[in-house]
Design a protein around this ligand. Structure first.
Ligand code: AMP
Ligand code: ZN
Length: 119
């Protein structure tokens, strides 16, 4: 994917980010527009468009992403009070960057799962 993808460019070091954890296969960095006291994005270094293509294409790598998210949650002191891990997927999911990323949110009560009831 490379130069067309914002998060591939962060992986390549072409765009700065506040990196909080890095493994051989994953990267975690602070969201530029935080929605909670802790808002970290956890991505795979390899480009997958979303969590569905990652989960089906490389389940082991998907597990590595989750392990990195768990380690960041621990580093950020979120284990006691809890946190939310979220993958926006596609248009209805509100996905804006089409490189798989988990939103790790915490540090305060996060309220209901959805801003409003759409059932
Ligand atoms: P989503 O809507 O799930 O695709 O989320 C994309 C997220 O990426 C948003 O929360 C943005 O604030 C965040 N974002 C966009 N550009 C950057 C950047 N350069 N560094 C860190 N986070 C970013
Ligand atoms: Zn990418």
């Amino acid at each position: 994917m490379g130069s067309d993808c914002l998060f591939c460019r962060i992986v390549a070091g072409e765009i700065p980010a506040t990196i909080v954890r890095e493994t051989d296969t994953t990267l975690a960095f602070r969201d530029i527009g935080p929605k909670a006291p802790v808002h970290v994005l956890v991505i795979t270094k390899e480009h997958y468009a979303d969590v569905a293509t990652l989960g089906q294409g490389d389940p082991k790598l998907a597990g590595e992403l989750l392990a990195t998210a768990a380690a960041v949650a621990e580093d950020e002191g979120l284990l006691g009070d809890g946190y939310r891990l979220m993958f926006n997927t596609g248009a209805y999911g509100g996905q804006e960057v089409f490189h798989v990323h988990a939103h790790l949110l915490g540090g305060a009560p996060l309220g209901p799962m959805l801003a409003r009831d759409v059932a």
